[in-house]
Design a protein around this ligand. Structure first.
Ligand code: NAD
Length: 480
């Protein structure tokens, strides 16, 4: 390791803990090391869990004003350091600088939002059916929460889990994805420097099957909040049930449909499809990966979208002329290209992109397929890259059927000028998030977020709904 290389350590009980060093590379310039991180082992993870256990009662008893102040300070620091953190995030994960800025701002606002959520009512009072009895429902913290996060929103997802967890009096052990440990390490510094008592927030970096597994199997952990792939999520669920029947919350993959009806404004439809399918290099769980298009508008839509997709500039995320950054890792790039081959073999037609971008770096040209059918693997499996496919349908009924014919159910959109079609879609689309004349991706921090089917298990995240996971209702009867 070089002495000047930026590095990030694990945070356990208020102490920075070193370990074997691993390097993370810039996906736009694979030769460039962004930072190094200290790999945690199972003992470090265990120590973090024990520290969180010890710190939890004290943290929960802190006056609300003290917890608010700390959360507010974390939010303010994220907002103040937006530019610097956005450059780091763009270099580490590969999203455009503008998108990275938006993510840091979102993370900062999320901490501030949960600071103020603490002033909302935290329980309910009921009439008792018995004389001289007072009945109320109070909330107590869940306890020690293990938080396991993916690489595609290195700050926003940890923020929308850590902030409500701390707000509701829980202590946290965060296990971020290995690819984005610099962002997580910076978050840990900010949380520690905001005055969080030792053990309240702990960071352990390393492989899921090592440190992640410790969070799942430890009976000292009361709940696990996980975001990531559906296969990993199923494993998380099994382990949480097997080891202490602990509470778990899973947000997983998507294969999100965007329906375009004949009466759609073509410009709006192309804008929604372009953004939803390809922005952030398609690496969003809410990305539109199935474009379900009615017959009369089909050819015009495909022609306009293919032109727009071909015009997207793929390049370095720090270059303001780039529309699309790199794919996050060589493995993800290989998987994306594999799906392009699978789609071709299944009989779908590439009308834009379809290949590796010639520049050095993990770049891929955004790829649009037509002639897809909903039974193809191309239309059923989450690719998680800049690849989308057009499926032709005859009418709204068929569009709703095809949109809902998926194992997933995170987000679903429709582009239409018909109020009744929009209302029917909102009623019938099988998804946790429905958009009308907007991209399927793009959510707001004060509204609930989550899916149905294989996309979700457990209570919703974000907004006031986060309380349902991070606190436990206690029904109290008081005789007087
Ligand atoms: P992943 O499932 O590979 O990893 C997610 C996290 O789980 C990582 O921190 C990883 O180290 C950890 N992990 C892996 N094996 C583990 C184990 N045995 N025990 C404990 N932890 C383990 O997902 P990824 O590749 O990082 O992220 C991409 C996936 O995340 C996509 O499927 C995407 O749709 C999904 N995602 C979903 C949402 C949502 O809110 N629904 C948001 C973003 C990403």
């Amino acid at each position: 390791m070089t002495g000047t290389m930026p590095h990030h350590l694990n945070l356990v009980d208020g102490e920075w803990v070193d370990g074997e060093r691993r390097a993370n590379h810039n996906p736009a310039r694979p030769g460039e090391v962004v930072s190094e991180y200290a790999l945690a082992d199972r003992d470090t993870a265990r120590a973090a869990i024990e520290a969180a256990r010890r710190a939890q009662p004290g943290w929960a008893r802190q006056p609300v004003a003290a917890r608010m102040e700390i959360l507010d300070r974390i939010g303010a620091t994220l907002l103040r350091r937006t530019e610097e953190l956005a450059v780091l995030l763009a270099r580490e994960e590969g999203k455009l600088l503008a998108e990275a800025r938006g993510e840091i701002v979102r993370a900062g606002q999320t901490f501030r939002y949960y600071a103020h959520q603490l002033l909302q009512p935290q329980g309910e009072v009921y009439s008792s059916t018995r004389p001289n009895v007072h009945a109320e429902v109070r909330r107590r913290p869940l306890g020690v929460v293990g938080i396991i996060t993916p690489w595609n929103y290195p700050l926003a997802i940890p923020a929308w889990k850590v902030a409500p967890a701390l707000a509701h009096g829980n202590t946290v052990v965060l296990k971020p994805a290995e690819l984005v440990t610099a962002s997580a390490g910076e978050l840990a510094r900010i949380v520690a420097e905001a005055g969080t008592p030792p053990g309240v927030f702990n960071l352990v970096m390393g492989a899921g099957r090592v440190v992640g597994e410790e969070l799942l199997t430890s009976t000292a952990v009361d709940g696990v909040s996980f975001t990531g792939g559906t296969g990993t999520g199923a494993h998380v669920a099994r382990q949480c049930i097997a080891h202490g029947n602990k509470r778990f919350q899973l947000e997983m993959g998507g294969k999100n449909p965007l329906v375009v009806l004949d009466d759609a404004d073509l410009e709006v439809a192309v804008r929604c499809a372009l953004d939803g399918s390809f922005f952030s290099t398609g690496q969003r769980c809410t990305a539109s990966s199935r474009l379900i298009v009615q017959a009369n508008i089909h050819d015009r839509f495909v022609a306009a979208l293919a032109t727009a997709v071909s015009a997207l500039r793929v390049g370095d995320p720090l270059d303001p002329r780039s529309d699309l950054g790199p794919v996050v890792s060589p493995e993800q790039l290989a998987q994306n290209l594999d799906y392009v081959r699978i789609g071709r073999d299944e009989g779908a037609t590439v009308v834009a992109g379809g290949e590796h971008h010639p520049d050095e770096g993990q770049f891929m040209r955004p790829t649009l397929f037509t002639d897809a059918r909903n039974t193809m693997r191309l239309a059923r499996e989450e690719i998680f890259g800049p690849v989308s496919c057009v499926i032709r349908v005859n009418d709204l009924d068929e569009a709703i059927d095809v949109a809902g014919d998926t194992d997933f159910g995170l987000s679903a959109g429709i582009v239409t000028t018909s109020l009744s079609a929009a209302e029917r879609f909102k009623r019938d689309a099988r998804a946790g998030i429905v958009t009308v004349n907007l991209p399927t991706a793009g959510t707001e921090l004060h509204l609930p977020f989550g899916g149905t089917g294989a996309s979700n298990h457990g209570p919703r995240e974000q907004g006031g709904y986060a309380r349902d996971f991070y606190s436990v209702p206690v029904t109290c009867y008081t005789g007087w």
